[in-house]
Ligand binder design. Structure first.
Ligand SMILES: [Zn+2]
Length: 305
């Protein structure tokens, strides 16, 4: 058997096959490389949690270590590496709503509901599936644009925009680890109409489509404007335009007005359209976002508790 190499050098197939053998930080980097926004979480400790609440924590090992994590969830493997250098035992969280939503199945009641939904054709078989450390299940779906829907059926929660799931190989307070039953390489299915109808019953306002989150109009407009500026830049100015855009948008990301994964995807697409190379694009966006993040962290560190 060969030892697991640096995830950055593994092809997607090798990477996914190796997920079960890698330490949490390496897996977190692999998720980021897939474009899945990663968030470092607290860690269960005997009888409690690594957070300040310790033994009194109501949700040990399941909540983010970053304040303002909505804007900080990252698909940049370098940022993710930095977090796990700082917190090597951190559990790994994945932000939902951007790349996938999650059906969270809990307890025998949830399993019975799930079975009924599968039989009714409202939940397809075969998509990525994780076993949670608490004995539940996480099923991945294409983003619906919906937010979280806790308990939309007995034992069933939906994690959508603004949501978060604990991901393999995180540790559960029980001592068990989350693990993939069908790994992320499996095709992520769309949520069938039957499932969507349960999540957004008729008569309720239609959800915003995935690119637009409620209350984030300003961030979205800024992203659109900056992407357009990059796409319109000539060969002499495109690098500079991308640089400026990444810095400006990075501030909005740090302020929680934009999701980093979206900024990354849309700026990269604009830069590609004017002929910038992948290496240059990644380096420039990463630097801009990292600068903004550093400023935000410094502010949080020096601010009020
Ligand atoms: Zn805690």
């Amino acid at each position: 058997m060969t030892a697991v190499r640096d995830p950055a050098r593994l092809g997607p197939g090798d990477l996914l096959a190796a997920l079960g053998e890698l330490p949490t930080g390496r897996v977190a980097e692999a998720y980021a490389a897939l474009g899945w926004p990663v968030v470092p979480l607290h860690t269960p400790r005997p009888g409690g949690c690594s957070c300040r609440a310790g033994l009194a924590c109501p949700d040990p090992g399941k909540h983010p270590r970053l304040r303002g994590w909505h804007g900080l969830a990252s698909v940049d493997p370098a940022a993710v590496r930095g977090w796990w250098r700082r917190w090597p035992a951190a559990n790994v969280g994945l932000a939902t709503g951007a790349r996938f939503d999650v059906l969270d199945v809990d307890g025998p009641g949830g399993e019975a509901e799930l079975r009924a939904l599968v039989e009714a054709g409202a939940v397809p078989r075969g998509g990525p599936l994780a076993r949670t450390g608490g004995g539940g299940w996480h099923l991945l779906f294409q983003p619906t644009g919906l937010g979280n829907r806790g308990g939309f059926r007995p034992g069933l929660d939906w994690r959508g925009r603004g949501g978060l799931v604990v991901a393999p190989p995180s540790q559960h307070p029980s001592g068990r680890r989350y693990r993939w039953v069908r790994p992320p390489g499996a095709e992520v299915p769309a949520a069938p109409a039957g499932l969507r109808a349960l999540l957004a019953p008729p008569g309720r306002p239609a959800p915003a489509p995935p690119p637009t989150a409620p209350g984030r109009g300003y961030g979205t407009a800024a992203l659109r404007g900056e992407a357009a500026r990059v796409a319109a830049a000539g060969p002499g100015g495109r690098q500079h335009a991308l640089n400026v855009a990444a810095l400006k948008l990075g501030r909005l990301v740090a302020a929680g007005q934009l999701e980093e994964a979206r900024v990354w995807a849309e700026l990269a697409a604009a830069a590609r359209s004017v002929g910038l190379g992948e290496g240059e694009i990644a380096k420039t966006i990463r630097r801009g976002l990292a600068d903004a993040r550093r400023h935000a962290t410094a502010r949080v560190g020096g601010g009020r508790g």
